[in-house]
Design a protein around this ligand. Structure first.
Ligand code: CP
Ligand code: NVA
Length: 301
């Protein structure tokens, strides 16, 4: 049994085979309707719980559809509607759910909740985003880059914006997949200290993107950030917007990625989001394929 808790906690060879599996399953589906099962349905008879303590569009729909394509069934649970949101412990919840379902995916606030769930569950647990990381997203991003541009090893990736949970998973991936990562953002929003050494820092975004093969960003205000910080964060991050000028300072064939949801006009302009270098909807699609491979890896199927 394997948990998928972070890219940094997963062997590089497993990460590579997950991406390879995702590629194979994507190609094998061709253009068939979304609810039609794959030729291979290893999850037949399996039940997957999808727990959300925060909003979600992509994670929710891609896990749900993906598990069904593999022949399994899902139930989506919102934290508030569960006893978990009303005082039942994470450990007790994990033990009970393990009697009913074969795998748990959870999107939560504190990383401690995810880790406690994994410690107490007797079924695999997948991290569907915490305040600290978002590994499923970055697996889809690596898959997308390689699909469009070939191996990511040795390539230059630049992040312009907040040093947040998605950046943390990207830093883990830089180590695991061997790409060069630069962070560009204000000092006040630097990535957490544990990530030091996994990336370079360049405060000037134009300098940062020189030679970049991939430019990435994310929302300036994450779901766990207090609403009251919105104005301050916008002021701190305004200079790090990904726009046509910034993209033109990167390599000519550079891609643009964003995990979505995007705030057009804030961290990215509509011209870049909808422009020829944007891979944002391929990234969103690949969440489906890569998570199917993650689920199979977790269950050893
Ligand atoms: N990128 C991502 O995880 O999107 P959702 O919040 O819609 O799941
Ligand atoms: N950094 C964002 C990612 C959303 C998918 C957040 O945590 O809200």
């Amino acid at each position: 049994m394997n948990h998928f808790l972070d890219i940094s906690r997963t062997d590089p060879s497993d990460l590579m085979s997950i991406i390879e599996g995702a590629r194979r399953m994507k190609a094998a589906r061709g253009g068939r309707p979304k609810a039609m099962p794959d030729d291979d349905t290893p999850l037949l008879g399996y039940m997957v719980a999808l727990i959300f303590e925060k909003p979600s569009t992509r994670t929710r729909v891609s896990f749900d559809v993906g598990v069904r394509q593999l022949g399994g069934q899902t139930m989506t649970l919102s934290g508030n509607e569960m006893q978990l949101g009303h005082g039942e412990t994470v450990a007790d919840t994990a033990k009970v759910l393990s009697r009913y379902v074969d795998l748990i995916m959870i999107r939560t606030f504190e990383e401690a909740t995810l880790l406690e769930m994994a410690d107490s569950a007797s079924v695999p647990v997948i991290n569907g985003l915490t305040n600290r990381s978002h590994p499923c997203q970055v697996m889809a991003d690596v898959m997308t880059f390689e699909e469009l541009r070939g191996p990511i090893a040795g390539r230059r990736v630049v992040w312009s914006g907040d040093g947040n949970n998605v950046f943390a998973s990207l830093a883990h991936a830089a180590q695991r997949f061997g790409f060069d990562l630069t962070f560009s953002g204000p000092e006040a929003l630097d990535p957490e200290a544990t990530l030091e050494g996994m990336y370079r820092k360049e405060r000037d975004p134009i300098q940062a993107v020189a030679g970049a093969d991939l430019v990435m960003t994310d929302t300036w205000v994450s779901m766990h950030d207090p609403r009251s910080a919105r104005e301050r964060r916008h002021n701190q991050l305004r200079g790090y917007q990904v726009n046509a000028k910034l993209m033109s300072a990167a390599n000519p064939g550079a891609l643009f990625m964003h995990c979505l949801p995007a705030h057009r006009g804030d961290e990215v302009t509509t011209a870049v989001m909808d422009g020829p270098q944007s891979a944002v909807f391929d990234e969103a699609e690949n969440r489906l394929h890569v998570q199917k491979a993650i689920v199979r890896w977790c269950l050893g199927l």
